[in-house]
Design a protein around this ligand. Structure first.
Ligand code: SF4
Length: 224
């Protein structure tokens, strides 16, 4: 009798491990295919597999000496593509932009307020450009030092969609935690605690999308 229970438990464990391995394989194979070919393939299955196996997939990538951030990049790309059409239908006033504190210039004169860094558009970093654009389109912009500030932002201003800028892990966490809201994200080009960088054009392109649709370029925005 005892042997039967042990056998049954063993079989359940083996089946569980096999299912997880299959989901990890789906996450990586479909995900890499999607990244390289820039198209969606069974996106809901992929999202389900990523959500269920995220920590295990990360550990496995590390064990195999592979890029641990691969699963974050796959997840961000998937969410960007999945939400893009919904994002195009939104009004700018229903959108917020969440930027990381580390994007500010080293000698930033802004002070930290209740809703994050209060940029004064001094022109020393990209944040000032994004702030000008957000003010023009009435998009809420928040420069936050951490995820706890995002919860504060959610209490302060209702929004239907968020554009996030962060390193792959933080951005993926942000986009995942904000589900089912519409999210779009741009990954930092250079990581770190200060003077990080993002492709400004990528963020400006995203800010141009919500209605009214605009086509501002960085040079035009800097001349506002
Ligand atoms: S543009 Fe804004 S965030 Fe950047 S350094 Fe100036 S005040 Fe700080």
């Amino acid at each position: 009798m005892d042997m039967n229970i042990f056998t049954l438990v063993g079989e359940i464990v083996v089946v569980g491990v096999v299912i997880i391995l299959i989901l990890i394989a789906i996450s990586l194979i479909l995900g890499v295919y999607q990244l390289e070919n820039k198209k969606l393939v069974f996106p809901r299955v992929l999202l389900f597999a990523i959500n269920l196996t995220y920590p295990t997939t990360k550990r496995m990538l590390k064990l195999l000496n592979m890029d641990e951030l691969l699963i974050d990049k796959i997840s961000i790309d998937l969410r960007n593509r999945l939400h893009h059409n919904d994002f195009k239908e939104l009004d700018a006033k229903d959108v917020i932009l969440i930027l990381p504190h580390c994007l500010r210039a080293q000698k930033c004169p802004a002070v930290l307020g209740n809703s994050g860094l209060e940029c004064v558009k001094c022109g020393k970093c990209s944040i000032g450009t994004f702030k000008k654009m957000c003010d023009k389109k009435e998009i809420g912009m928040y420069v936050v030092p951490g995820s706890t500030f995002i919860k504060q932002v959610m209490k302060q201003r209702p929004f239907k969609a968020a554009i996030g800028v962060a390193c792959p892990i933080d951005l993926n966490n942000m986009m995942t935690s904000l589900a089912p809201l519409t999210t779009q994200g741009a990954v930092l080009l250079k990581d770190g605690c200060i003077n990080t960088m993002v492709n400004e054009d990528d963020v400006i392109d995203l800010l141009n999308i919500p209605k009214p649709v605009t086509h501002y370029t960085k040079d035009e925005i800097d001349n506002f």
